[in-house]
Design a protein around this ligand. Sequence first.
Ligand code: FE
Ligand code: FE
Ligand code: ZN
Length: 277
Amino acid sequence: MLTIGCHLSSSKGYLAMGKEAVKIDANTFQFFTRNPRGGNAKAIVPSDVEAYLAFAREHGIHQILAHAPYTLNACSADEGLRDFARRTMADDLERMEFTPGNCYNFHPGSHVKQGVETGIRLIAEMLNQILKPEQRTTVLLETMAGKGSEVGSRFEELREILDRVELSHHMGVCLDTCHVWDGGYDIVHHLDEVLDEFDRVIGLNRLKAIHLNDSLNPLGARKDRHAKIGEGHIGADALIRVTNHPALKHLPFYLETPNELEGYQAEIALMRKCYQE
Ligand code: FE
Ligand code: FE
Ligand code: ZN
């Protein structure tokens, strides 16, 4: 069974997200832990979480994915901003323990003229400060498009971060199809080779989630503009090959396409129809 969902608004809590997912035939979902631009998180309501967990069990929702605010920069040149990223993510990870066994995805960061090596060092340092031996959440580095000075558009950079994290068994990777395409990995014509390279450099055992997006731009554009499935340069056929690939088909897939619920529902239906059990 294909595990697929989309990005949902977390403003009404966990149970509301679970119900929305079921409405569009999703069996997982992604959400922001707080306002995507940062700021305070709403308090976790234990009764909401409890009701959600029962609902999720009943409806087969699993492997939900939390996404950190995308403005956090763990490798900023500004110490205050790095500290803000560290405190926000540490707080998010504490909150994630209410729903144990899921993943927390973040954008590694932008090194802003400090160089990619310094960026990698700062990101790993932050992870070493916030990961805890007893945590039950896996933290995912997202593959990035390589816009500006983003770290993580090359598999080697993600590998270097993982190598420097002490509790690296709590770490994994989330592959974003739009981002890797924009980063120059040709998943349309050479999916097998790209996955071989991922396996050689990072290890496919580290891959825990896929962001399923089309791209408004051609291969290697380093732009990061998502398109609806079939309305971009990747195309529906290539994305269907992604969900059906033997190395990937067991993973959870999250749509981050520019859609309202109805559009997501149609994309989920398409991907389910074209999935071979
Ligand atoms: Fe992201
Ligand atoms: Fe993404
Ligand atoms: Zn993106």
